[in-house]
Write a protein that binds this ligand. Structure first.
Ligand code: BEZ
Ligand code: FE
Length: 270
């Protein structure tokens, strides 16, 4: 470890310890509460929930601080449910899904550009999101819910020569983070709900540019103002448009109305 790294550790850890001592003094924390807190930390570790706990309560703050002053589109937290190496899709892009995948059809389109607005051909978007039950594929949930097949609603696709893309998927729903373990117990103890508003996770990348991790939300979501992970940003909140024109549906091979939305990803230079 270099001297600089050692100094950084000492500075940040001292600040954390000082803040905790301040809270103990300010709120007159009792011995019973101190014992409960130690027990809680042990339970979080035993349940393997430290990553979930961190991503619910702290990741959005790290993301905001870390991206301060960065050019391009707003970023957002990655969360604990990213899985690398999802399927590379072929045009026309349809996210991997079951034949009878429940949920409203979503056509998501847009552009990937540099921060100056130059469209980027062959940029890659890696997208993942929950299904209509609020479940992600490939995640060992602690409850006995029905799991989607591996890589369901996870895929990678690229932009065309004009920097544009269009992909068909289903609209994810708001979901509760797993509530059966210590993280859920804390939410209940504090009287907080466990919901995140519905969102699409995207990691967008192109050669010569820094990759951008973001989430896109929908403006009429009931949890848009009370995300338990505090990660919503207004500039990442999109409007859905409903389409039910019979000729349009037939041209797209759809037997039910669909919704569309679009977004322009602007990537910072590497
Ligand atoms: C998510 O976006 O998937 C997520 C973020 C924080 C905690 C749990 C899930
Ligand atoms: Fe998520």
């Amino acid at each position: 470890m270099t001297d600089n790294q050692q100094e950084r550790v000492a500075t940040v850890v001292t600040a954390v310890m000082d803040r905790i001592r301040e809270v103990i003094v300010e709120h007159k924390v009792t011995y019973d509460e101190y014992a409960a807190a130690k027990q809680y930390a042990i339970a979080l570790g035993e349940a393997g929930e430290w990553p979930l706990f961190g991503d619910v309560f702290f990741e959005s703050t790290v993301e905001r601080v870390d991206s301060e002053g960065r050019e391009g589109s707003a970023g957002a937290i990655e969360g604990p449910y990213y899985i690398p190496d999802s399927p590379l899709l072929e045009r026309p892009y349809v996210m991997p899904m079951r034949d009878d995948e429940p949920g409203d059809v979503l056509i998501f389109s847009g552009t990937v550009c540099g921060a100056d607005g130059t469209p980027l051909a062959d940029a890659q978007i890696e997208m993942w999101h929950s299904d209509n039950d609020g479940t992600y594929s490939g995640i060992p949930y602690p409850d006995d819910r029905q799991l989607p097949p591996p890589f369901n609603l996870r895929g990678r696709f690229t932009t065309d020569e004009n920097g544009r893309f269009e992909v068909r998927t289903i609209i994810p729903v708001p979901y509760e983070i797993p509530k059966g373990g210590p993280t859920g117990a804390l939410l209940r103890a504090a009287g907080w709900h466990a919901f995140r508003p519905a969102h699409l996770h995207c990691i967008t990348s192109a050669p010569g540019y820094a990759s951008l991790t973001s989430q896109l939300y929908f403006d009429e979501d009931p949890y848009i103002d009370s995300d338990i992970a505090s990660a919503v940003k207004p500039e990442l909140t999109l409007q859905l448009t409903k389409h039910d024109d019979a000729a349009d549906l037939a041209a797209r091979g759809l037997d039910r109305p669909y919704f569309s939305t679009s977004y322009e990803f602007r990537l910072p230079r590497a």
